[in-house]
Design a protein. Structure first.
Ligand code: ZN
Length: 112
């Protein structure tokens, strides 16, 4: 069975982009909430919920951006024919590692 790396990576890329779009929506609604925060303190008695949400969305955004970058870089390596080759030592990356982490750019030894 041949693994279709291009399809997997494109799915990952699209998935990360979708997440970023949703996070943009989340951020916009947080901005709205922030601007009329006085309208409803019922769920925010200490005024900390909003900034907590903000931190959470920001962390998710960083994760999604990283995933998008990783997927795009892996697709580039695939196009160049260097996909599955460790960018540090040049050794082949184990199939199991690529299966678990299709965007891996380094072998397990170099990732440590
Ligand atoms: Zn390596």
């Amino acid at each position: 069975m041949t693994v279709d790396h291009a399809a997997i990576l494109q799915t990952l890329l699209r998935e990360a982009e979708t997440r970023l779009v949703h996070l943009d929506d989340d951020e916009r609604s947080l901005l709205r909430d922030r601007s009329d925060a006085t309208a409803d303190d019922e769920h925010d008695p200490e005024g900390s919920t909003l900034s907590g949400e903000w931190t959470r969305v920001d962390a998710l955004r960083r994760g999604a951006e990283l995933d998008r970058t990783d997927a795009a870089a892996a697709l580039e390596r695939l196009a160049e024919g260097s996909y599955g080759i460790c960018v540090v030592c040049g050794a082949p990356i184990a199939a199991g590692r690529l299966e678990a982490r299709p965007t891996a750019a380094t072998c397990i030894a170099c990732a440590r």
